[in-house]
Design a protein around this ligand. Structure first.
Ligand code: GDP
Ligand code: MG
Length: 440
């Protein structure tokens, strides 16, 4: 995936101080190839790269991220924007009943999506009415009746003798008398875009007031889906897109291009054949998926929010000078409470993140941390700066002051001295040099 691809480029970037035009160009070469391989439209890729490059160059350097991570973040943010920034709900507030028409090629998933949508709307407390307007195949009408029964939503009784436009008009009238508030019209599809089909859909849109015209496309058809979407949008003024069979398309290239080319939001994605398998489309999740890096990103965000690289460097200096006191320990505990484990904090210190030793370091849970904090806070400044003076009577006082026990005070002191020992060890091996350090 894209992240793997970028890894090697980023390794090269890591040595550099900041993002320059040159190293960004190099990374963008990788992004370009990856997007094209993910079947994103060429024009879209070109525009995307230009925009990301412009944003990445001269971007403020975040102390908590490596240059590589920063590029990933810029790419991610730009992807989210390209995909529509945020989820776009259906427009259901207009004159009731609202009418939703589904259109698209044959086999794209219109009939299935109609039932899935009806199910979701029903669960939200609306009263949907399913309308089969694919009169060319008796099986198509029957298919919607079967699905309607499955999701417990009434289906208009169309026949193959009716014209689609008449079905639409009569169904809307029936919805009014039957107190349905949402009419979902399932239309016919062809194997290719076809003038007769377009004329039929246009006639429906002229006859009944449509709140939504959702273009349904099979995501696995990639660039074809984009071309067809463009054509439907021109001829029919679609209001949104449903991409089906997304569970099979790990690349997500169609999603990127469809939004860009039509300017219409992706509202839902189909992720399976069952009637439950319809999800609201979330641009940020889709972007992470395209980058193949859900975890990586949340880590970056976490780091960005709380990690203080300078603090880590300060710690490194203290280790270097053998001056890591209980006060510093308290500092670290507060950091750990914010971002996770000691291992992660230590990992921020250049040079020691790969040490296996860290895996054996104590990983206290949240409750332990709170207790440890209370214990250190009950110590005097003198005690915090020199743990050696903490004798038995002082331990009793600290335990009482912190509402803990002497045994617990002992444990805190022990894990502190263990940490000291471990740090000395690192220093002895010359891993924490205190001298040259990665600059960001
Ligand atoms: P239509 O011709 O546009 O009405 O398409 P259908 O709704 O009949 O769907 C065509 C085929 O695609 C059927 O076998 C559906 O079960 C299948 N299908 C529809 N949506 C999805 C989806 O999101 N994922 C998967 N895997 N299959 C889907
Ligand atoms: Mg159908």
């Amino acid at each position: 995936n894209l992240t793997d691809r970028l890894e090697s480029t980023f390794k090269k970037l890591r040595g550099h101080g900041r993002l320059t035009e040159e190293n960004i160009q190099e990374a963008m070469g990788e992004v370009r190839t990856a997007l094209l391989e993910a079947d994103v439209n060429f024009g879209v890729v070109k525009e995307f790269i230009a925009s990301v490059t412009e944003k990445a160059i001269g971007r403020e350097v975040l102390t908590s991220l490596s240059p590589g991570q920063q590029v990933v973040k810029v790419v991610h943010d730009e992807l989210v924007e390209l995909l529509g920034s945020q989820a776009e709900p259906l427009k259901l507030d207009g004159r009731q009943p609202v009418v939703i028409m589904l259109a698209g090629l044959q086999g794209s998933g219109k009939t299935t999506t109609a039932a899935k949508l009806a199910k979701q709307l029903k669960e939200k407390g609306r009263a949907p009415f399913l309308v089969p307007a694919d009169v060319y195949r008796p099986a198509a009408i029957e298919q919607l009746h079967v699905l309607g029964e499955q999701v417990g939503v009434p289906v208009y009784a169309s026949t193959t003798e009716q014209k689609p436009v008449d079905i639409a008009r009569q169904a809307v009238a029936e919805a009014r008398t039957g107190h349905y508030d949402t009419v979902i019209i399932d239309t016919a599809g062809r194997l290719h875009v076809d003038e007769a089909l377009m004329a039929e859909l246009q006639e429906i849109s002229r006859t009944v007031p449509l709140a939504e015209v959702l273009f349904v496309a099979d995501a696995m058809t990639g660039q074809d889906a984009v071309t067809v979407a463009d054509k439907f949008n021109t001829d029919l003024e679609i209001t949104g897109v449903v991409l089906t069979k997304m569970e099979g398309d790990a690349r997500g290239g169609a999603a990127l291009s469809v939004k860009k080319v039509t300017g219409k939001p992706i509202k839902f994605v189909g992720v399976g054949e069952s009637v439950e398998a319809l999800e609201v489309f979330h641009p940020d999740r889709a972007a992470s998926r395209i980058l193949g890096m859900g975890d990586v990103l949340s880590l970056i965000e976490k780091a960005e929010a709380v990690v203080d690289q300078k603090n880590a460097e300060r710690l490194a200096k203290k280790i270097q000078k053998n001056a890591f006191t209980l006060e510093d320990f308290l500092d670290q505990i507060q950091q750990i409470k914010k971002m996770g484990t000691l291992e992660q904090i230590m990992g921020m210190i250049p040079g020691i993140n790969k040490l296996k030793q860290l895996k054996d370091a104590p990983k206290p849970d949240q409750k332990e941390l709170v207790k440890t904090e209370a214990i250190i806070r009950s110590m005097t400044l003198k005690e915090r700066r020199n743990h050696r003076i903490i004798d038995a009577s002082r331990r009793v006082r600290i335990a009482n002051g912190s509402g803990t026990s002497v045994a617990e005070v002992n444990r805190v002191l022990k894990s502190y001295t263990m940490m000291l020992k471990m740090m000395k060890n690192l220093k002895g091996k010359g891993i924490v040099s205190g001298g040259k350090r990665r600059k960001l």
